[in-house]
Design a protein around this ligand. Structure first.
Ligand code: OFO
Length: 164
């Protein structure tokens, strides 16, 4: 049986993942409004993945006879200055999520909850991948600078993700 403390922390992570989904959807809406449709598609796909993360934890809590308790979702930011700023913020957000996952792992170890620790391994790996992906995108933005043609090419490249 999962401890109250661990259960509460995992419910908190469900909230954080749904907020991530909401934030990326808000970023998609902003990008869409600025006609960066490829980048918007990338963010929409990311938003869907985040919802999937929340549901993974939802499933796990039920499996270990815990209770899912949903809390209110914070309103996400709705406006940014440039597409580059959107991806920079997404990078910052993923670093924040990585810290939250690491805290969950630390708690699972402290609680001697080895099953939850094992479950969380997937998230540890996922965070490494997500931070690396967004870092690569930000590196491209830095290389491109204000070159409009290259920005359109990047928009097209990012739009391919949704098509996969
Ligand atoms: Fe972006 O990995 Fe979940 O939050």
């Amino acid at each position: 049986m999962i401890s109250e403390k661990m259960q509460k922390a995992l419910n908190g992570q469900i909230n954080a993942e749904i907020f991530s989904s909401y934030l990326y959807l808000s970023m998609a809406a902003y990008l869409e409004s600025q006609n960066w449709s490829g980048m918007a598609a990338w963010m929409k796909t990311q938003s869907g993945e985040e919802y999937g993360h929340a549901m993974k934890i939802y499933g796990y809590l039920n499996e270990v006879d815990g209770t899912v308790v949903l809390e209110a979702i914070e309103k996400p930011q709705t406006n940014w200055k440039t597409p580059q700023q959107v991806f920079e913020e997404a990078h910052k957000h993923e670093l924040h999520i990585t810290k939250k996952i690491n805290d969950l792992v630390a708690l699972a170890i402290e609680e001697k909850d080895y099953a939850t620790n094992l479950f969380l391994n997937w998230f540890v790996t996922e965070q490494v991948e997500e931070v690396a992906t967004i870092t690569r995108i930000n590196n491209k933005f830095n290389l491109i600078g204000d070159n409009k043609t290259s920005l359109f090419l990047l928009d097209r490249e990012l739009g391919m993700r949704a098509a996969k």
